[in-house]
Ligand binder design. Structure first.
Ligand code: FMN
Ligand code: SAM
Length: 497
């Protein structure tokens, strides 16, 4: 790595790349090989970390290299007890996941370092600490960060453990009363190398977009993930109706993400894709109120009552619905329930499944050569039957694109009536199941044949059907792709050259 002289500023190209690599590869490591780390190497890294910035140049970090196996054993049981106490804060699937996570690597890590902040440090003459006494602890965290990066550069990994009772650690290590534990660090040779955090890989908490933490006004500064204040009972709660989109988590809006990250309770439908639930603030109450088609499920009035009652308890309640909450989502009833109860409600729109499906098919729903109207209809009334009051002349309009939500049960009847009203049976009709999800399936057909094709395939998961000449481009593309596949298969047959 080459550096420019002071005043010339900035690292040269290779230096910049090395720094970036170091930061990206750093990782909190919990899986260590048991091989020893030479003491000279540990000393070199600690001396490098000792150059870290500190408030008033106070260097308040105090590092205890814990070598006694008796003391290590006491520290490990401290961690085990703290870990099981912390598990009580979680419930259901989140508790199961917490219990499966590897949250430290005490057994294998050859080096144990307890880092304390000396709150009584005289060095630095109090500069910067009168207004912010916690700046001493921040300085210690800076030292650990430098150590983390230095360790990485040496091929070592470091894991920071905070699931531990600091008072007990101070007692075991018999440190002066003014020292406060900042972290218990495990250092050693990593068993694995990863570019993404262990907690992300194991489904606990992914990293989130930078934009949710950055603001130029300060007014709309984001709540960092997992740090939203817990609402006090008796204070004013609220409801946020959030659109989760059709399934792909990356189709969530930034506003939806912020709402999930500051939720105290989330009431979610069964159509909400599971990876989206991973964005919810850890510790929030998760209530599955899924209305499962024709099976027994939570009734709408119960959901309204639950939502209102949680908000009255002072919680930030997120009502999470698939797609857009205002499209076939019974939002009207939930908005009315909140209004009637005097609970403030905010709505965060989402990408509706029709948009997700159209994007997957790469078709314009309003192609100007073919479509004058775009209409979303439901094939499912309150009792699960085909609604009687559909405007059939609109459905039969050859210049319309119609998207049919909830078509599974009544599609045969719907297409039959549409044909009777004059819709051409050769009009393109495309069914998309699980749009934007990894298990998405597309059925390209015509109005005359789609119902029987869909019935034969009987795909799992939500399905919508799109009808109209505007979709012809998708059918032409599909036919061309099929023809190319046949030609390629023929070319590949033995004897063909
Ligand atoms: C102050 C602090 C305390 C932490 N405490 C723990 C801990 O007790 N157990 C654990 O498994 N990880 C702990 N971590 C590691 C974080 O979970 C980890 O940094 C985060 O998941 C991001 O992963 P990465 O460091 O690999 O980017 C801690 C990290 C910091 C900065
Ligand atoms: C109660 S409605 C909810 C619609 C949702 N609010 C929206 O904007 O997409 C449920 C219907 O939406 C459609 N749907 C929802 N997600 C879907 C997906 N990922 N793929 C296909 N259809 C979907 C299906 O027609 C399903 O029966």
């Amino acid at each position: 790595m080459t550096f420019r002289k002071p005043g010339e500023d900035n690292l040269q190209e290779d230096g910049r790349a090395t720094l970036e690599q170091l930061v990206r590869w750093r990782r909190d490591v919990r899986r260590f090989r048991r091989d020893a780390v030479p003491d000279e190497l540990v000393q070199r890294l600690l001396r490098l970390a000792d150059l870290a910035p500190s408030v008033g140049n106070s260097q308040p970090w105090r590092i205890v290299n814990v070598q006694s196996s008796a003391k290590r054993t006491q520290i490990i049981s401290n961690f085990e007890a703290a870990r099981s106490r912390s598990a009580d804060a979680y419930a259901g699937a989140q508790a199961d996941l917490y219990n499966r996570l590897k949250l430290a690597g005490f057994d294998a890590a050859p080096v144990h370092l307890a880092v304390f902040s000396d709150r009584s440090a005289l060095q630095g003459h109090g500069l910067g600490r009168q207004t912010m006494p916690e700046a001493l602890d921040h300085s210690c965290a800076c030292m650990v960060t430098v150590l983390w990066l230095a360790a990485r550069e040496a091929g070592l990994g470091l894991g920071w453990v905070s699931i531990i009772d600091p008072a007990e650690v101070s007692k075991v290590l018999d440190v002066p009363p003014g020292w406060r534990l900042v972290g218990y660090l495990l250092l050693g040779w990593p068993e694995e190398e990863h570019l993404d955090p262990e907690l992300e890989r194991h489904g606990w908490q992914p990293r989130t977009p930078f934009e949710t933490r950055y603001s130029e006004t300060g007014l709309d500064a984001a709540q960092p993930s997992g740090e939203s204040p817990k609402a006090e009972k008796g204070s004013h709660g609220s409801v946020t109706l959030v659109g989760a989109g059709p399934g792909d988590p990356e189709l969530l809006t930034i506003k939806a993400l912020k709402a999930l990250q500051s939720a105290d309770a989330v009431l979610f439908d069964n159509l909400v894709a599971k990876p989206i639930l991973d964005f919810v603030r850890p510790g929030a109450r998760m209530l599955d109120v899924g209305k499962r088609g024709y099976k027994t499920s939570c009734k709408q009035p119960d959901i309204n009552a639950m939502m209102v009652s949680l908000a009255r308890d002072g919680l930030n309640v997120v009502r999470l619905k698939s797609g857009d909450p205002l499209i076939f989502g019974r939002a009207g009833e939930e908005i009315d329930a909140c209004r009637a109860a005097g609970v403030p409600i905010t709505i965060v729109p989402g990408v509706t499944s029709a948009q997700g499906a159209a994007a997957s098919l790469k078709v314009s729903l309003t192609n100007r050569d073919h479509a004058r109207r775009l209409q979303f209809i439901t094939a499912h009334d309150r009792r699960g039957h085909l609604p009687q009051d559909i405007d059939w002349s609109a459905v039969a309009d050859g210049a319309a694109t119609t998207v049919v939500y909830m078509p599974k049960r009544t599609l045969a009847e719907l297409t039959e009536v549409a044909l009777v009203h004059g819709l051409d049976p050769m009009t393109p009709a495309i069914a998309v199941a699980n749009a934007t999800r990894p298990d998405e399936r597309v059925f390209i057909s015509t109005v005359g044949a789609i119902a029987s094709e869909l019935q034969a395939a009987d795909p799992d998961g939500p399905v919508l059907v799109m009808v109209g000449e505007a979709l012809r481009y998708a059918t032409i593309r599909d036919a061309a792709e099929q023809a190319e596949a046949i030609v390629a298969a023929l070319d590949a047959m033995p004897g063909q050259s």
